[in-house]
Write a protein that binds this ligand. Structure first.
Ligand code: ADP
Ligand code: 5GP
Length: 201
């Protein structure tokens, strides 16, 4: 495989989607992995662009059939990355971007560790995270409570990642993310160095 994977994780509401949306415009040859989920579609979300929305029964069938590269239960719903499109894009030499949780990152690392660069995005504090979730206005109070509780346990896993970005000032965080993504293209472990050396000699 010729491509690479950039994993972005972090508490829901920390700014991952907004950052990735802007990052993709600034980097060539990327493919954003569209996850499949059983959670309800939010206002403004587009099927096949933000997520593929399916039922829990359909999701369980997908697990049995081995369709997922990784999957996890997050906030009482299933979320997963389909294997087939990812292999196709990696073979085409793309940088594939995953927005997945800490459980998914662990599994992806076991399978594709040598080509993964991982970034954990969070807010300066739990209070700021709460403000952003409330201000986003897409989740009911009960769902916000679940996301805040989950955020506390996700924060304990920061050390499993290559980079930490504290998303205080958006433009500054975006600049750092773009730098990390560009640098990750030159990771020795994701390059075919043998082919390069034999052509170089
Ligand atoms: P996630 O994808 O991690 O769940 P979002 O990208 O939906 O998070 O961002 C959550 C909310 O925070 C959105 O309303 C977004 O516009 C806002 N946001 C993102 N980054 C910042 C920032 N640096 N400062 C203030 N608000 C931000
Ligand atoms: P949200 O419901 O806010 O869109 O996402 C909730 C959480 O699910 C986020 O932490 C996000 O990173 C994670 N997530 C989204 N897609 C996937 C996926 O395909 N696999 C895994 N493991 N987590 C995902």
């Amino acid at each position: 495989m010729k491509g690479s994977i950039l994993v972005i994780s972090g508490p829901s509401g920390s700014g991952k989607s907004t950052l990735m949306h802007e990052m993709i415009k600034r980097i060539d040859n990327t493919y954003f992995s569209i996850s499949t989920t059983t959670r309800e579609q939010r206002d403004g979300e587009i099927e096949g662009k933000d997520y593929f929305f399916i039922s829990k029964d359909e999701f369980r069938k997908g697990i049995e059939e081995g369709n997922f590269l990784e999957w996890a239960r997050v906030h009482d719903n299933y979320y997963g990355t389909s294997l087939k499109p990812i292999l196709k894009e990696l073979n085409a030499g793309k940088m594939v971007i995953f927005d997945i949780d800490v459980q998914g990152h662990k599994i992806a690392k076991e399978k594709f560790g040598n080509i993964i660069t991982s970034v954990f995005v969070t807010t300066p504090s739990l209070d700021v995270l709460k403000e952003r979730l409330v201000q986003r206005g897409t989740d009911l109070p009960e769902s916000i409570e679940k996301r805040l509780n989950n955020a506390i346990s996700e924060m304990t896993r920061i050390k499993e990642y290559d980079f930490l970005l504290i998303n205080d000032y958006f433009d500054k965080t975006l600049e750092s993310l773009v730098s990390i993504a560009n640098a990750s293209k030159n990771r020795i472990s994701s390059l075919n160095t043998e082919e390069f050396i034999s052509s170089w000699i």
